[in-house]
Design a protein around this ligand. Structure first.
Ligand SMILES: Nc1ncnc2c1ncn2[C@@H]1O[C@H](COP(=O)(O)OP(=O)(O)OP(=O)(O)O)[C@@H](O)[C@H]1O
Ligand SMILES: [Mg+2]
Length: 199
């Protein structure tokens, strides 16, 4: 089902983040959400994921199961990468999880508490969790944070394979990420803040 975002507005206190924003996200499409820092990319994802409610407007067509990589890793720090994945999977396939983590370059630290991983390693563990979870919508908020170029290329390749035709929403600041993930479409967020600052 396509996702219809119709005329939504969202504020935090006095601060208006989205105002009468609309767009359609076709099922199975790949969309980049690109806009300057602080303009509402994460807020839009949180609205789509049902973690926030708009004050006005509606969002329809959201699948029941959604795979999300949040801007923060949100891993259980005392658990290993493997156990973090195990915690969220409706069906546990340890071999597949091990393979995915290894493909992301975490083969040597599968059983290490996540708190002892580097920032980029923890980011890849969080990415693996989102990719493995069988949601029909895959929402990735800046998945390559903390990754060096080689890790970024490898992670992009893994994302392409693990997408399985699911709708992909990618928040990124980097133009170079779009061809890596074969993304041609964008959700343009109007920069309200820039407008407000000009008044
Ligand atoms: N829970 C909250 N309470 C108050 N203000 C918030 C909250 N969440 C977001 N905001 C504000 O809403 C605006 C949009 O935030 P958001 O996190 O969506 O931006 P973003 O585009 O994802 O930025 P970045 O690229 O830095 O991650 C910001 O001005 C932010 O301060
Ligand atoms: Mg953000």
């Amino acid at each position: 089902m396509d996702i219809f975002i119709q005329n939504i507005s969202k504020s935090y206190g006095e601060k208006q983040v989205l105002s009468h924003f609309s767009c359609v996200i076709p099922q199975g499409s790949c969309q980049a959400v690109m806009a300057p820092s602080g303009t509402g990319k994460t807020t839009l994802l949180r609205l789509i994921l049902g973690l926030e409610q708009p004050e006005e407007g509606s969002i329809s067509g959201i699948p029941a199961r959604k795979s999300a990589l949040f801007q923060e890793d949100r891993l259980f720090p005392q658990l290993s990468a493997l156990k973090n994945l195990r915690m969220t999977m409706p069906k546990w396939n340890e071999e597949e999880a091990r393979r995915l983590l290894s493909e992301l370059g975490l083969g040597d630290c599968l059983n290490q508490p996540v708190s002892t991983l580097s920032g980029g390693q923890a980011r890849r563990a969080a990415l693996a969790r989102a990719l493995l979870y069988p949601g029909e919508l895959l929402a990735l908020d800046e998945p390559f944070t903390g990754l060096d170029e080689a890790s970024r290329l490898r992670a992009a390749e893994v994302i392409r394979r693990f997408r399985w035709g699911r709708t992909l929403l990618l928040v990124t600041h980097r133009e170079e990420d779009l061809p890596l993930l074969e993304i041609a479409e964008r959700i343009a967020l109007p920069s309200l803040q820039a407008c407000q600052n000009m008044v």
